[in-house]
Design a protein around this ligand. Structure first.
Ligand code: DGY
Length: 326
């Protein structure tokens, strides 16, 4: 039987398969579950392109297993820390991601976590469902006002900027940290500060950085100790950006007010003690999880594959050097 052109390692929005089929490419799709590592190794050989997901560890071994005819690994995520970029570039394999199409959805989720944590929405929901609610009470579940508070944005890329834009509706004062000044965030009233200033002054701190060796545990015990005891930490970027055990300690000791997390250090596991805490809102990595966004991500990943296999530069190429080598 002849090998299909493209592998999609797990079932995603049908839009990917449709777009690839319209371009005349044959496709194999994995199951609803993450593809086990041995299966990934066994499934990539002979493919011309692969759509992979954030839980697929695409290291040099997988790239070698794919073979010299393989032109592209298209990640179905904006983050691509799961792919060994240096190895792919060395082997002339293009790597793409799905930026832009998920910016609004992820910024919305960051803001949802911020509001839910600030207004103790999940605790309220649990109270209602428990049957223990005895009616309105003047001191019950008092939260914190987002309105006119100080929002600290770490990472002034597309998603951080879109969170800044959302925050103007709440008249928040924006501080941000980034390697470079951002005219975009400053258009929304943002002021660039250093990290300790942002941590000390912000009521809400939201993380929008890529996971790299430099951002691993960017927020640990030392940084949490600088934050206000009423402050709230939001993470919709990547789990390992936060030292999750240090966060549990800060939240349980009252050193930190609250947190809203969509990503975890060792997904799907949680650090011991995290799920028992009331002052944290936990969502299961839902940043881009809307029907429209996931369909846009699927079409973009498919278009990237088609372009690469046609010899055109994909729209959202990450490793430009792999393209320049040709
Ligand atoms: C991403 O795109 O990086 C998200 O985490 C997955 O939706």
């Amino acid at each position: 039987m002849c090998m299909k052109d493209v592998l999609i390692t797990r079932r995603i929005s049908d839009a990917a398969e449709q777009t690839l089929a319209e371009a005349g490419l044959s496709v194999d799709v994995g199951t609803n579950e993450p593809m086990p590592r041995e299966r990934l190794h066994a499934s990539v050989p002979g493919r011309r392109g692969v759509i992979c997901l954030l839980h697929d560890r695409v290291d040099d071994q997988v790239l070698v297993a794919a073979g010299p005819q393989c032109r592209i690994f298209a990640n179905y995520a904006v983050g691509y820390d799961n792919i060994d970029l240096e190895a792919a570039t060395r082997r002339g394999i293009l790597v793409t991601n799905t930026p832009d199409v998920l910016t609004d959805a992820t910024a919305d989720l960051a803001f949802s976590l911020l509001l839910a944590a600030a207004r103790r929405l999940i605790e309220g929901d649990h109270l209602m469902r428990s049957g223990r609610w005895s009616g309105w009470s003047p001191l019950q579940l008092l939260g914190r006002d987002p309105t006119e508070s100080i929002l600290g944005i770490i990472g002034a890329g597309r998603i951080g900027t879109t969170v800044a834009q959302r925050s103007t509706g709440f008249r928040m004062r924006i501080l941000y940290v980034d390697q470079r000044p951002s005219t975009e965030i400053e258009r929304f009233g943002g002021t660039r500060v250093d990290m300790p200033t942002l941590l000390r002054e912000s009521d809400f701190v939201t993380l929008h950085v890529n996971l790299t060796p430099e951002t691993h545990h960017l927020i640990g015990a030392e940084q949490l100790a600088l934050m206000k005891p009423t402050a709230c930490l939001i993470n919709t970027s990547r789990g390992p950006v936060v030292d999750e055990r240090a966060l549990v300690e800060a939240l349980s000791s009252g050193r930190l007010g609250s947190a809203g997390l969509d990503v975890y250090e060792d997904e799907p596991a949680l650090a011991p003690g995290l799920r028992e805490l009331d002052n944290v809102v936990l969502s299961p990595h839902l940043g881009s999880a809307t029907e429209q966004t996931r369909a846009r991500m699927a079409r973009l990943a498919a278009r990237n594959i088609i372009a690469a296999l046609d010899g055109r530069r994909p729209e959202t190429l990450v490793n430009l050097d792999a393209w320049k080598r040709d």
